[in-house]
Ligand binder design. Structure first.
Ligand code: AMP
Length: 426
C-alpha cells in the first residue's frame, strides 16, 4: 500500500520552497510599505459564514466547499477564501471601534473542491489584503496599485489590470431584470447550472466555464448602462486615482467575479503568458459584507491572489533572481579523529553562518562534489594528515583558490570573509 497526496494537493518540496519563501517575503515587505498589518484567522470556520458571505448561488458555496461535521455535529468548512474569515474577525474584535480604516493582510492555504488542472488546485495558497472602513475610491486605487506593484517588484512583466464596476444594491436589481429579460428567449440553450443561476442570480451566469453559454453571454448587455449615478461617479474617481498613480489599466465591461459580495469597483490582474488560468489576483469593493455578517454597515475593499500562479508566472518569465542560496560553509572531514575537530568548528560557526557537512563517511571526492552541488561559498577540509599538523585547508569555491591555515584560525578567517560578503550584500 502506497499513499499519495490527495488529488488536487501537492507537496512543496525543499528544492522549490525558496521560491515560495521569496514570494512570501516580497509580499510581506510590500504589504508593510502600504500599511497593511498581518492577521491570522482559523483555517476552518462555521459553514454559514461562507454560505452567507460568499453567497449561496456561487459555484464556491454550491459545489466547492470542504464541509464536515465535528464530533458535536457542528457544520464546519475549510476556508475557500480569506475575506469572510477576516471580516468575521473584524466584527468579533470590534476593530472598527476607533472609526479608523483597518488595513489587514493575510497569507495562507485555501481549499476548494475544483477540477484540478495546471494552476488550479484543491489546496492552494493565497495572499490577500482587506481595507475595512472607507468608502473612498482612493482605497480601491490603492489596492489595485498594490497588486500591480507586488507583481512588478517580483519582476513579472506582461501583466494587465482589468477593471470594471459590479454596481451596488441600488442598481443591480434593475440590471438583473434586464439580464433576465434579454436572456429568457435563449434560456433553453444554457446548461443546467446556468438555469439555476438564472433563477437565483443571473449575473452568476458569467462564471460559467462552458463555451456555448459564454458565447450567448457575449451578446448580453453590460452593467454599465444600468449603473446608478453614485456607482458611475465612484468608478470615474477610482480611474482618475489610478491614472494619477501611473497605474495602467483597461476597462473590461464583461468582467464578473465569482463571489457575490462585490459592489462597485472590481478588478483582476492577468498575466499574458499563463494561458487559461491567467488571473494572478482579483478583488474589489464589498460595501455590504460587514453588515451582512452581523456588523455595523461598513464599506470595505480587498484583493486576493494565488501564490502558485505567481510562481508559474515568475518561472515563465524567467524572473526568479537566483537559485536557493547555498550554505556558507561545507565541512569536509576524513577519518574518525577529524570528526571531533569538525564538530567543534561547526558548533561555533553555526552561531552566525549556515554550515553543511557529510554524515556518511564518504570519500573526499564525494564530499567535495556535494559542496559544489550545494553551492557552498567555502569548503573546509580536514583529513588525518591536516589534523596531525594542526591545520585545515580552506577553499573559496567560486574563486577555486585554497589555502592552508592553522586549525585555530579557521573560524576567525571564515567569520571575517563571510562577514565582509554579507556587508556587501546589504
Ligand atoms: P478568487 O478568490 O476566486 O477571487 O481567486 C483569487 C485568486 O486566487 C485567483 O486569481 C487565482 O490566482 C487564485 N486561485 C483561485 N482559485 C484557485 C485554485 N483552485 N487553485 C489555484 N489558485 C487559485
Amino acid at each position: 500500500m502506497r499513499f499519495k497526496a490527495p488529488r488536487g494537493t501537492r507537496d512543496l518540496l525543499p528544492e522549490d520552497i525558496w521560491k515560495w519563501q521569496h514570494v512570501e517575503r516580497v509580499f510581506r515587505e510590500t504589504a508593510d510599505r502600504f500599511g497593511y498589518r498581518e492577521i491570522r484567522v482559523p483555517i476552518f470556520e462555521e459553514t454559514d459564514l461562507f454560505a452567507r458571505g460568499i453567497g449561496d448561488s456561487t459555484d464556491i458555496v454550491r459545489k466547492e466547499m470542504y464541509t464536515f461535521e465535528d464530533r458535536k455535529g457542528r457544520s464546519l468548512t475549510l476556508r475557500p477564501e480569506g475575506t469572510a474569515g477576516v471580516v468575521r474577525s473584524y466584527i468579533e474584535h470590534n476593530m472598527g471601534r476607533n472609526a479608523r480604516v483597518t488595513k489587514l493582510h493575510y497569507y495562507g492555504p485555501m481549499f476548494r473542491y475544483e477540477r484540478p488542472q495546471a494552476g488550479r488546485y484543491r489546496q492552494f495558497w493565497q495572499w490577500g489584503l482587506e481595507a475595512i472602513g472607507s468608502a473612498s475610491p482612493a482605497i480601491d486605487a490603492e489596492i489595485i496599485h498594490f497588486s500591480v506593484s507586488l507583481h512588478e517588484r517580483l519582476g513579472i512583466a506582461g501583466t494587465e489590470a482589468r477593471i470594471n464596476s459590479a454596481g451596488c444594491a441600488a442598481c443591480t436589481p434593475a440590471y438583473n431584470e434586464l439580464l433576465r429579460s434579454e436572456l429568457q428567449p435563449r434560456l433553453d440553450e444554457f446548461c443546467d447550472d446556468c438555469h439555476v443561476r438564472f433563477e437565483k442570480n443571473p449575473r452568476r451566469m458569467f462564471d460559467c466555464k462552458r463555451k456555448s453559454c459564454l458565447a450567448i453571454l457575449k451578446e448580453a448587455p453590460s452593467i454599465h448602462a444600468s449603473l446608478c449615478d453614485e456607482c458611475r461617479g465612484h468608478f470615474e474617481r477610482a480611474k482618475e486615482h489610478l491614472t494619477k498613480m501611473s497605474v495602467n489599466f483597461v476597462v473590461d465591461e464583461t468582467q464578473a467575479r465569482g463571489l457575490d459580495y462585490y459592489t462597485k469597483t472590481i478588478f483582476e490582474i492577468h498575466h499574458t503568458g499563463l494561458g487559461a488560468q491567467s488571473a494572478l489576483c482579483g478583488g474589489g469593493r464589498y460595501d455590504d459584507l460587514v453588515r451582512e455578517l452581523g456588523g455595523d454597515p461598513t464599506p470595505a475593499c480587498g484583493v486576493s491572489g494565488g501564490v502558485g500562479r505567481l510562481i508559474m508566472a515568475l518561472e515563465s518569465d524567467g524572473a526568479f533572481p537566483e537559485g536557493a542560496p547555498g550554505p556558507d560553509v561545507y565541512m569536509v572531514c576524513l577519518g574518525e579523529a577529524a570528526q571531533l575537530a569538525k564538530a567543534a568548528m561547526i558548533a561555533v560557526l553555526r552561531g552566525s553562518h549556515t554550515v553543511e557537512t557529510d554524515y556518511q563517511d564518504r570519500s573526499l571526492k564525494a564530499q567535495m562534489r556535494e559542496a559544489g552541488k550545494l553551492g557552498a561559498r567555502f569548503a573546509v577540509i580536514v583529513g588525518e594528515d591536516e589534523l596531525a599538523r594542526g591545520v585545515a585547508i580552506v577553499r573559496d569555491m567560486a574563486a577555486g583558490e585554497q589555502q592552508e591555515m592553522s586549525l585555530d584560525g579557521v573560524v576567525a578567517y571564515l567569520e571575517d570573509r563571510l562577514g565582509a560578503t554579507k556587508e556587501e550584500q546589504r
